[in-house]
Design a protein around this ligand. Structure first.
Ligand code: ASP
Ligand code: MG
Length: 421
């Protein structure tokens, strides 16, 4: 059995949906479960809708209309005159949002977010399942919320692996023997049947959960790039595709910010030894990248850029050393303020970290730290991480840059830098 995952970019229009159906048709190996995200940038729109509703802005209905039209237009383009059944199904699904926004928001905002934003995945998979059937691929739509069981941490649902695995094995596995299964990424359900989401870009993670619980042979993530590249083409002119990558390197690269796969995806696959293929939906015949347990080192150095970094430097006011006690207080405050440390370095009496710049959160953290520490910070910086670095690669990325902080381990070099004045 194989698991396929298609993200929003692969199904952003009618051609994308037709292309997905072709990829599925050309798959001749056997049982298949397909995990799909919301179409195009619909999740962003639904987020906008949620925030407008929470603020009781008069834009709510205009945004919802835009989301509805996008899907209805797509249905018309795909199905032409025979669209009525899917059309009704999608219209009924949107009624859930119509009802919710009729009343004033009283519930927890994160709960409201999940009930609204999840609809993007529900409608996308319904349209695509209908199209697969229309184009002679026998497909069955299933609701991921019945299988992926989470706690009620809305917007960041924590998966109950035991329950999820049990339900998938008992109720979903028998269905896969007869049909191609189409289901949603990104969403789950609580024990009280409320919808949760797993965090933005979480569909890859969903696909890994299904792969793990079904003991799939492989997971294939279909992307708009030929595979995992050694740098993001957004920042680098010359990139190379990496044909094979170890789980270990894949985790390191995603942890440092490579966006090609969601960082939570690898662990469940690694634990079961399930290979992950990253392939291009634009050139599906290409071989892509295989992420497997084979521990070959990366064939080329890999670069990961993060912009909009703030470098925070923390000094104990009483000139005490930065040792265990100070560090544990500092880490506790970062944890409480939900600020993720991208890289860090300490000296005798200072501790420096690079974090994604978020003015509000950093101001709150600084306030909390200031009882014990003097805090300074620098903004507008870049963080580059080079995995399998050498002097040449360091020189390549530091042209015209001042380096504010540099951290090296055997395989990884991280530098926080800014443009030379
Ligand atoms: N649709 C969700 C998002 O855009 C999940 C995903 O695409 O992975 O964040
Ligand atoms: Mg997406």
């Amino acid at each position: 059995m194989d698991i396929f995952k298609f993200g929003g970019a692969s199904v952003k229009d009618a051609d994308g949906v037709r292309n997905l159906a072709n990829i599925v048709r050309n798959y001749k190996k056997g049982e298949l479960l397909i995990v799909i995200s919301a179409m195009g940038k619909i999740t962003n729109k639904l987020e906008e809708l949620t925030f407008a509703y929470l603020a009781q802005s008069d834009k709510v209905h205009a945004i919802l209309d835009e989301v509805k039209h996008f899907h209805f237009n797509l249905i018309e383009e795909l199905f032409e005159e025979k669209a009525s059944a899917v059309y009704d199904d999608i219209a009924n699904t949107f009624v859930e949002i119509d009802w919710l926004i009729e009343d004033e928001p009283e519930n927890n905002p994160d709960y409201i977010y999940d009930q609204i934003v999840s609809i993007g995945e529900v409608v996308s998979t319904k349209i695509i399942a209908a199209w697969l059937n229309e184009s002679n691929n026998k497909a069955l739509w299933v609701d991921a919320r019945n299988y992926i069981q989470t706690d009620n941490t809305y917007r960041e649902g924590k998966v109950d692996w035991d329950k999820t695995k049990q339900i998938i094995q008992k109720d979903l596995l028998p269905l896969i023997h007869q049909n191609i299964i189409v289901t949603q990424g990104f969403i789950g359900g609580t024990s009280e049947n409320y919808t949760t989401t797993l965090g933005r870009e979480g569909s890859d993670y969903s696909a890994a959960i299904f792969a793990s619980c079904l003991d799939a042979e492989a997971l294939t993530i279909w992307k708009d790039v030929p595979g995992v590249l050694n740098a993001d083409p957004k920042w680098f002119d010359e990139t190379e595709k990496i044909p094979q990558l170890s789980y270990h390197d894949a985790i390191e690269l995603t942890y440092y910010g490579a966006t090609v796969i969601h960082p939570k995806t690898i662990k469940p696959l690694q634990n079961k030894g399930i290979p992950l293929f990253v392939r291009s939906f634009i050139q599906p015949e290409g071989s892509g990248t295989a992420i497997t347990k084979d521990n070959n080192p990366l064939p080329v150095p890999s670069f990961i850029f993060k912009v909009n970094q703030a470098l925070i430097s923390i000094f104990p006011k009483d000139y005490s050393f930065i040792i265990e006690e100070n560090l544990s207080n500092i880490f506790e405050l970062f944890h409480q303020h939900k600020i993720k440390i991208n890289t860090m370095l300490n000296s005798a009496i200072s501790f420096s970290v690079s974090v994604d710049d978020n003015e509000v959160k950093i101001a709150e953290l600084t306030q909390a730290l200031s009882a014990q520490f003097t805090v300074k910070y620098n903004r507008g910086l870049e963080l580059v991480t080079i995995r399998y670095y050498n002097q040449q690669t360091i020189e390549r990325v530091t042209v015209d840059k001042d380096i504010l902080l540099e951290v090296k381990s055997r395989h990884t070099c991280q530098m926080v830098m800014k443009n030379k004045a």
